[in-house]
Design a binder for this molecule. Structure first.
Ligand SMILES: C[S@@+](CC[C@H](N)C(=O)[O-])C[C@H]1O[C@@H](n2cnc3c(N)ncnc32)[C@H](O)[C@@H]1O
Length: 273
């Protein structure tokens, strides 16, 4: 990958930044009549629903769904505003969602769609969930620089025998060269009006060459049990693989670099389109 500016345009992969961008781009102001759904909510530390309620204390309801039943059980017993409910449902499986079809005003999903085996089914179900004029804001990783070097070392005959099975989440689109035009065509075919559909490269530069080497080696050791006497050789391959799948900034700093898709969508309203 070529050199990259550290942060590209207004796209943010951080949930607060993403939500602020969505609110401003879609002009959300009063959600007191709106049911919002967070798809793939399952992060007990970063709760998008709580953030949303902070921004919109009068929101009618936030339904948080996740496929992981244990996660939902855990979230259900956590302290939360009464407007937030947690339910187990699978965005790829229409039968688990049918009771909400046509009722949801806003769907938000962050860092979930990369896990779907059938993203089209996921987007189609979002469309079915929305009421006419409803909006969706979806952010997910299409290709991860971290996964890139991880898979290269995992599949290397020399290093594979030291792999301990500890894998990062691998985006279903990691090995494809999917572009935003692929998503635009798919989303239009489903029936969405596209407000924004952009694949952006997000670069997170390391502070220094040493910080990069230390942190990357530490991360690699969580997946590879490398004997002491092979560690120097492993490091050489690791840093080469990193730079193959990531990049350096214009001023030479190693930079973790991944591609994310941001989609802001509207279901046409029969009256106003
Ligand atoms: C990486 S976490 C992201 C959590 C949170 N949205 C965030 O931004 O931090 C992905 C979540 O999506 C959930 N998930 C994966 N596939 C799903 C599906 N088909 N339907 C609903 N949730 C799903 C996972 O169980 C997991 O809790």
């Amino acid at each position: 990958m070529a050199a990259v500016e550290p942060q590209v345009s207004y796209v943010s992969t951080d949930i607060t930044g993403f939500l602020e961008m969505v609110i401003s781009k879609l002009g959300w102001s009063d959600l007191s009549d709106d049911i919002v759904m967070d798809v793939g909510c399952g992060n007990p530390k970063i709760k998008l629903a709580n953030l949303l309620v902070n921004f919109f204390p009068n929101v009618k309801q936030v339904i948080c769904i996740d496929k992981n039943l244990m996660m939902i059980h855990y979230l259900k017993i956590s302290k939360r505003p009464s407007s937030i409910v947690y339910q187990c449902a699978d965005i790829e499986n229409r039968s688990s969602l049918i009771k909400w079809e046509g009722q949801i005003a806003k769907v938000i999903s962050t860092h979930c769609f990369h896990m779907l085996h059938d993203q089209r089914a996921g987007f189609q179900n979002v469309y079915n969930l929305l009421k006419p004029g409803g909006e969706a804001a979806i952010l997910f990783c299409v290709q991860s620089g971290y996964v890139g070097w991880h898979c290269e070392l995992r599949d290397d005959t020399k290093w594979n025998k030291y792999y301990n099975g500890n894998a990062p989440e691998i985006p279903s689109t990691q090995l494809t060269n999917i572009d935003d035009s692929y998503y635009t065509a798919m989303l239009e075919e489903i029936g969405f009006r596209i407000i924004l559909c952009e694949k952006d490269r997000i670069g997170v530069p390391f502070e220094s060459e040493n910080a990069w080497k230390d942190m990357t080696f530490k991360l690699a050791l969580s997946s590879f049990d490398i004997p002491e006497d092979l560690q120097e050789e492993f490091k050489k391959h690791l840093f080469e693989a990193f730079l193959k799948h990531n990049c350096r900034t214009d001023n030479g700093l190693p930079c973790q670099s991944s591609y994310f898709l941001t989609a802001l969508l509207r279901k046409p309203d029969v009256m106003n389109n």
